[in-house]
Design a protein around this ligand. Structure first.
Ligand SMILES: *[C@@H]1O[C@H](CO)[C@@H](O)[C@H](O)[C@H]1NC(C)=O
Ligand SMILES: *[C@@H]1O[C@H](CO)[C@@H](O)[C@H](O)[C@H]1NC(C)=O
Length: 398
């Protein structure tokens, strides 16, 4: 039953049943190349008719069940690092996509479960992905485009990539372009768009070639244009933008990678001392010199303590010896209140005397004994002995 397939869309007909409910599809053999985008479509059509019960009763052949998928590395909970899965809705095709790195060379087995969301049946499929390194090695010139008006799963079908490549071709004359990586902008720090006006998440498409960049591409990164980008303006590109209107490329987010200028030594991480060689053990030194911590102790304990003590002394001096208005007398709270009272009383008395000696008659309303309602007035000067501060306020006004 299992045969060799060359493309990801190859599918072998036939269903093997395991037990009653869970069905299984034959093993699929796929091939991925390091540095080239790998895409495998999980077609709903392929799984739709393999759900055990839907095969038996064909009452509603036109009914289209919602199907979702779950993919993981065999015997592991998740997918390998380089592979991603996306399906927009249960009525859309699911995609496994990603770009393998040289660390992934070998064979990886991916397990896919398809769930019929209507009958809750499942179908299982395993696929073996053979990952080989590219015979040509890594593409030395790579450009990463951000297409703002596309979602990642729209870019994954072959024809979408071809029309994108055509657009790249007319701005970057070269022979043989490879799509290296396709990533949703959401996976690279983009924001989920508002659900209005058909806004899209955006997708990054990284293409590589052996031929150097043309001025059309490099001028997007000129100092002038970088300055415009900082002001959130679009750069000025003198070449014809062959991407628009179909692809809205954000020229500010274009990344040009020239691997030929990156020094080979830069690529190899240089470890400093203190990093153990692989397979060796750490031997603690036994002749470590003694260290004196006395000065550190003084600094951490004594200094804050001294500062605190100094503040305490200053505060104590201010509180005990520098109180205003009270001179070297021990006063209880009621004494202080008496002092306050007498001060107010004396000041009021003084003010009244000053006002009384004025020549012009005072306005009625300023007289403390003027009754607003009856117009009756008593001369405060006559009742000088009558201390209004000593009686309640209401009485004092009559
Ligand atoms: C592809 O893109 C993803 C997401 O940005 C990244 O994690 C991965 O390393 C890329 N792969 C290659 C081979 O560039
Ligand atoms: C595009 O690049 C700018 C900085 O140049 C960054 O702030 C912005 O988040 C990027 N957009 C996306 C969708 O990654």
């Amino acid at each position: 039953m299992a045969g060799q397939c060359l493309t990801g869309s190859c599918f072998l007909a036939g269903v093997i049943f395991i037990g009653g409910l869970s069905a299984s599809l034959p093993v699929l053999n796929l091939h991925a190349v390091v540095g080239v985008i790998f895409i495998h479509e999980l077609e709903r059509e392929d799984f739709k008719d393999t759900f055990p019960f839907s095969m038996d009763d064909h009452e509603e052949p036109s009914f289209d069940p919602p199907i979702t998928f779950h993919a993981n590395l065999l015997d592991h909970p998740d997918l390998p690092r380089w592979l991603r899965y996306i399906q927009r809705t249960p009525f859309d095709t699911g995609y496994l996509y990603g770009s393998a790195t040289s660390k992934d060379v070998g064979k990886q087995t991916i397990e896919v479960m398809a769930y019929n969301r209507y009958t809750f049946e499942t179908v299982r499929q395993t696929m073996e992905i053979r990952i080989s390194s590219s015979p040509e090695g890594e593409m030395p010139y790579q450009a990463d485009f951000l297409v703002k008006n596309w979602d990642v799963e729209e870019m994954l079908p072959k024809d979408a990539q071809e029309s994108f490549q055509e657009a790249v071709d007319s701005m970057w004359e070269q022979e043989g372009l490879t799509v290296i990586n396709i990533t949703s902008a959401l996976d690279r720090g983009g924001r989920v768009p508002l659900p209005i006006e058909n806004r899209k998440e955006g997708v990054y498409v990284k293409v590589g070639s052996k031929d150097p960049f043309t001025t059309c591409l490099t001028e997007a990164k000129s100092p002038d244009n970088l300055y415009r980008c900082r002001l959130e303006q679009q750069p000025i590109i003198t070449c014809y933008d062959s991407f628009s209107p179909r692809f809205q490329v954000d020229w500010c987010n274009l990344t040009l990678i020239d691997l030929t200028t990156i020094n080979a030594t830069e690529m190899v991480p240089v470890y400093g001392d203190g990093v153990l060689e692989e397979g060796t053990e750490f031997n603690p030194p036994d002749d470590a010199p003694d260290r004196m911590f006395f000065s550190d102790f003084l600094l951490t304990f004594l200094l804050p303590f001294l500062l605190g003590f100094l503040l305490f002394l200053i505060l104590a001096y201010i509180m005990c010896c520098r109180r205003e208005g009270v001179h070297k007398r021990d006063l209880s709270t009621s004494d202080i209140q008496m002092v306050h009272h007498h001060t107010i009383h004396d000041n009021t008395e003084e003010l009244r005397q000053m006002a009384g000696t004025r020549d012009a008659p005072r306005p009625l309303s300023t007289l403390p004994m003027f009754n607003v309602r009856t117009g009756e007035r008593t001369n405060p000067m006559q009742s000088k002995h009558y201390d209004s501060a000593q009686v309640p306020l209401i009485l004092a006004q009559q």
